[in-house]
Design a protein around this ligand. Structure first.
Ligand code: BES
Ligand code: MN
Ligand code: MN
Length: 456
């Protein structure tokens, strides 16, 4: 065992205590009432990085939440690794479904339960503690940079500009991100794909005000009825999206990829039980795994209008609204799909309704090169930790800035995540297995060693 791995083992309990302290700071980026706490989470991380021994640590202001930027230079000959992650978290709502205070971490059956435990503070902290272990044993083998933002959960609005402005300070050979999942407990994986996102809101207005459904019903069209019909027409019987041109630019899964999906040790029954469903539904003849990561989707995320309080109210509402998002695959772009959604709704809106279409936000999907040297280093690192070669998988979630790392900084990203689909990220009782936290620290240490030992 190397000194650094020994160091990580010797200090494992303190690492967990520190993570708990960070998780106690409710850095909910979407809620401006939490702005002071969000900044406090950035400052806390900066202090921890200084204590870990990094030579340059800064909290940089942006037009939104601050970015924590740290670096440590060891040698002009060593490769440079840029670790990216986010310190902001999702709101804890619905708070009544948590078994404990979301911002008072508790250990339950070996898991740390708290908002942000897996997404993403726990995973960022693996790299912070790996850096401490390397620096504490005087053997950091790479130039290390960390970029930890506070706006990932709200679409990383200010980060592309930040990358442009700080291009020089962000020079690196590769980006490493731990904000995805292992394929299964004990089954390592490296993600080579992420989906993109196009998020819109659609509102139909019928009558100019709410009406008595007995007096007017039968003479005017109901916007909820109309919106429901438009929404139900968005998929065909094969569960394909009917928006004109939706699939035009999709880069199809290759035969090799489809074979790799079939070769994964996937437990469909466990997946169904985790999702709480008795039957699955995917596009055409695509499998559940393909449908949830390699194919684009359209889902209604929320719908409202009319009377939703207790009891009955005979109202014919004037408005109906829905939030609709599409997960995209490489080839598709958020701009293109948003335009196609807009055209679709405009073409199909009944003449009894007026349509308001709002574009909320979007992000590009990515596919990264599975043969890049950093990917091989990550595979070596994970094999060292888990005793088996990692699978290469595509993930269904989105991390929009990853596409910008390529576009703006010219950098490939290694997605080496330690979450599990069962971590309940964005849900009540979010958790992160402490075994995975420690495996992640070990993997980060091993990755730096493997990457430094390679030609880049
Ligand atoms: N860490 C997730 C993304 C993720 C989750 C990737 C699981 C792979 C597996 C990230 O914090 C997230 O929640 N992203 C948002 C994107 C966004 C623009 C708000 C998402 O995917 O909904
Ligand atoms: Mn995340
Ligand atoms: Mn998230």
């Amino acid at each position: 065992m190397t000194d650094a791995l020994q160091y990580a083992q010797d200090h494992a309990d303190r690492f967990v205590d520190e993570l708990k302290a960070w998780l106690r700071i409710p850095s909910v980026s979407t809620d401006s009432n939490h702005d002071a706490q969000t900044r406090r989470a950035a400052d806390w991380l900066a202090d921890n990085l200084r204590d870990a021994g990094l030579e340059a640590v800064e909290v940089v202001d942006t037009a939104g939440h601050p970015v924590v930027l740290a670096s440590h230079h060891v040698s002009d000959d060593a490769p440079t690794v840029l670790v990216y992650g986010h310190y902001d978290v999702q709101p804890p709502d619905p708070i009544e479904l948590w078994d404990h205070d979301p911002f008072e971490p508790v250990e339950v059956d070996g898991d740390l339960v708290a908002r942000g435990a897996a997404d993403d503070k726990g995973q960022v902290f693996m790299h912070v503690k790996a850096a401490e272990a390397m620096l504490g044993t005087s053997r950091l083998p790479v130039n290390l940079k960390l970029l930890v933002e506070g706006e990932e959960e709200i679409g990383s609005k200010h980060l592309p500009d930040f990358l442009r402005e700080h291009q020089d300070r962000l020079k690196a050979d590769v980006v490493v991100v731990s904000d995805t999942a292992l394929f299964a407990p004990g089954v390592p994986s490296i993600a080579y794909g992420l989906r993109g996102l196009a998020y819109v809101e659609v509102e139909l207005q019928g009558p100019s005000k709410d009406l008595h459904s007995g007096v007017y019903g039968g003479g005017v069209e109901n916007p909820i009825n109309a919106l429901a019909r438009m929404i139900s027409d968005l998929h065909d019987h094969d569960h394909r999206v009917t928006v004109e041109g939706f699939y035009d630019n999709v880069i199809d899964l290759t035969d090799d990829e489809r074979q790799a999906y079939r070769d994964l040790p996937f437990d469909l029954e466990a997946w169904k039980s985790e999702a709480g469903v008795s039957a699955t539904k995917s596009e055409g003849d695509f499998s559940v795994l393909e449908g949830t990561s390699g194919r684009p989707t359209l889902d209604v995320n929320g719908i409202w209008g009319g009377y939703t309080g207790e009891g009955a109210k005979t109202v014919l509402p004037s408005k109906a609204t829905a939030k609709i998002s599409c997960r995209l695959v490489p080839g598709q772009t958020p701009g293109e799909i948003t335009d196609k959604l807009r055209a679709h709704f405009e073409a199909h809106v009944p003449d009894t309704m007026t349509l308001t279409f709002r574009n909320l936000h979007g992000g590009h999907g990515v596919i990264v090169d599975r043969d890049a040297p950093a990917m091989r280093a990550a595979a070596t690192a994970l094999e060292g930790v888990f005793g088996q070669r990692p699978h290469f998988t595509r993930e269904g979630g989105s991390i929009p800035i990853v596409a910008d790392f390529k576009k703006i900084l010219g950098l490939d990203t290694v997605l080496m995540g330690f979450g599990l689909d069962s971590d309940s990220i964005h849900s009540p009782n979010e958790r992160f297995g402490l075994d995975r936290f420690h495996q992640g620290i070990e993997a980060s240490i091993r990755f730096m060693d493997a990457f430094a030992g390679q030609e880049v």
